[in-house]
Ligand binder design. Structure first.
Ligand code: GRF
Length: 203
């Protein structure tokens, strides 16, 4: 299964995925080989993300929104680069920008995103902070298919995660990321093995 991962955060979820895929492919020769490609976009962690891709020997490119006239042109450049890999699946993992509509229309439902909340609770870019601010006693992690809304796509799988009274945004987000990483790995593995059908879920 050919995978493209879009990141623009710290890349910790990508690292976890690549480490898991390394282990799986090493241990389990019968599973469908999954070779990931990274298309990182410009971010202050850009160099770290490119180094991460190099560490795992996978190609990476940076396609920065600020290098383009507008979002649509950035989206077209991003789509061309992604399609040059002919991926079976594209995953946003810490990609902190809205994917332009044409990219969603072409790639979805083979376009997934992880979100650090139990959608539809706390959509948007500050889900962890919002859950704490709301005084919630639990939140969650969600894996979904990307559509043209903000975190509104069909949900593939999600899990509840407790909020502790002494949680900070950092401690809660790390607890959520542990679950997101497992969701990401399980979902990619199940798609590779054919036990998830994205077109049915998105129908
Ligand atoms: C994850 O919680 C992801 O769901 C959200 O941003 C975070 C990315 O973390 N969109 P990292 O960049 O992989 O560390």
């Amino acid at each position: 299964l050919k995978l493209v991962v879009l990141i623009s955060g710290t890349g910790s979820n990508l690292r976890a995925l690549l480490e898991s895929l390394d282990q799986h492919s090493a241990l389990d020769q019968h599973s469908t080989p999954i070779n990931a490609r990274v298309v990182a976009i410009g971010a202050d962690t850009e160099q770290a993300n490119l180094a991460l891709a190099d560490e795992f020997g996978i190609p990476s490119f940076v396609i920065k929104p600020r290098d383009y006239e507008n979002r649509a042109e950035w989206g077209d450049a991003l789509l061309d680069r992604i399609q040059s890999y002919e991926p079976d699946l594209t995953v946003l993992s810490g990609f902190m920008r809205l994917v332009p509509p044409r990219v969603v229309d072409v790639l979805s439902p083979e376009l997934l995103n992880t979100h650090p909340a139990f959608l539809p609770e706390f959509p948007g870019a500050h889900a962890v902070r919002d859950a704490l601010a709301a005084g919630a006693t639990e939140t969650g992690a969600t894996m979904m298919i990307v559509d043209n809304g903000v975190d509104t796509g069909p949900i593939i799988e999600q899990h509840r995660i407790p909020i502790h009274p002494d949680d900070t945004e950092a401690t809660l987000h790390e607890r959520i990321k542990v679950v997101e990483r497992q969701l990401l790995i399980d979902t990619v593995r199940r798609i590779a093995d054919g036990t998830i059908n994205l077109k049915e879920i998105a129908a």
